[in-house]
Design a binder for this molecule. Structure first.
Ligand SMILES: [Zn+2]
Length: 285
């Protein structure tokens, strides 16, 4: 009897590691079964802090890559500009760059509008903010022939007063779903975790997409880059590939033309985002 019990124990010790553990390991490595009808994705690219007037010019490098790349030539984006920046949009060169952004079919929106540079809208007086926004609207109207509709406040900072002012001036505030985290340029100008940042953001959005009200409509993802960053400018095409690859990896269906390439459709999508996500904790520099 004792021998039988010992034999049973020995069998157990052999059976568990030899049979069950490999099974458990193989179960962990099996990827989750994708849904029969995965959500489709569209990328809405936005850029803050430009235009740049540096040479070589990062904003122009980005425009070139959006226009010509192997994934989808003719991509359109939304540029939130600093219309009065003394080393950017407030100079003749900066205004030429904004004219080119518009001429190439992209949208222009407001970011910082102060003549003093990248200024938090919640830290200036109501009079100064209103005056600078009106001046900025006038400048963009001169460039594009129409009033700008969209604004992304510097640092993503807003309060009830700034939101009321935006509304009274017909400006819709758009935050971002995923930030490339390229807004602060340190001594080392690079981004070691750009792919993992994007993957984390897409994973969260994929999980949220399961509970969408309209499952047949594509998920529009607002990306936040900074066109004044030379690293971003040198690697814009890489970013496009990373977006497509990581979206497929987390489970999205990526259509043949996943980026917006028509200004009117992009404006509709942005407006929809402003309405459905009027305030987001995710802003950006
Ligand atoms: Zn900014």
């Amino acid at each position: 009897m004792v021998d039988n019990q010992a034999a049973a124990k020995a069998l157990l010790y052999i059976f568990v590691p030899a049979v069950l553990l490999p099974l458990l390991v193989s179960c962990r490595s099996v990827p989750p079964t994708p849904p029969a009808d995965p959500p489709s994705i569209r990328f809405l690219l936005t850029f803050d802090d430009g235009p740049s007037i540096k040479e070589p010019n990062p904003t122009l490098q980005i425009l070139d890559q959006l226009a010509t790349n192997a994934l989808q030539p003719g991509i359109k984006a939304l540029f939130f500009v600093q219309t009065g920046h003394p080393r950017g949009g407030g100079t003749p060169q900066g205004r030429d760059v904004m004219r080119r952004i518009h001429a190439e079919g992209h949208l222009l929106g407001l970011h910082s509008t102060s003549l003093r540079g990248h200024i938090d809208h919640t830290q200036v007086s109501t009079n100064e903010l209103v005056r600078s926004l009106l001046d900025a609207k006038s400048l963009l109207r001169e460039i594009t022939g129409a009033d700008p509709f969209f604004i992304r406040p510097p640092f993503g900072a807003c309060n009830l007063t700034t939101r009321r002012i935006y509304k009274e001036l017909g400006l819709h505030m758009l935050m971002a779903d995923i930030r490339a985290r390229d807004g602060v340029i340190y001594g080392y100008n690079g981004s070691l975790r750009r792919r993992s940042h994007i993957r984390e953001g897409l994973t969260t959005l994929y999980r949220q997409s399961v509970t969408r009200v309209s499952p047949d409509e594509p998920v529009d993802v607002v990306l936040n880059f900074h066109d004044v960053n030379p690293y971003t400018a040198r690697h814009m095409t890489d970013y496009l590939h990373i977006l497509v690859e990581e979206a497929q990896r987390v489970g999205f269906h990526v259509p043949a033309r996943p980026f917006f390439d028509r200004q009117d459709l992009m404006a509709d999508a942005v407006l929809c985002q402003c309405v459905t996500h009027p305030v987001s904790p995710r802003g950006g520099p």
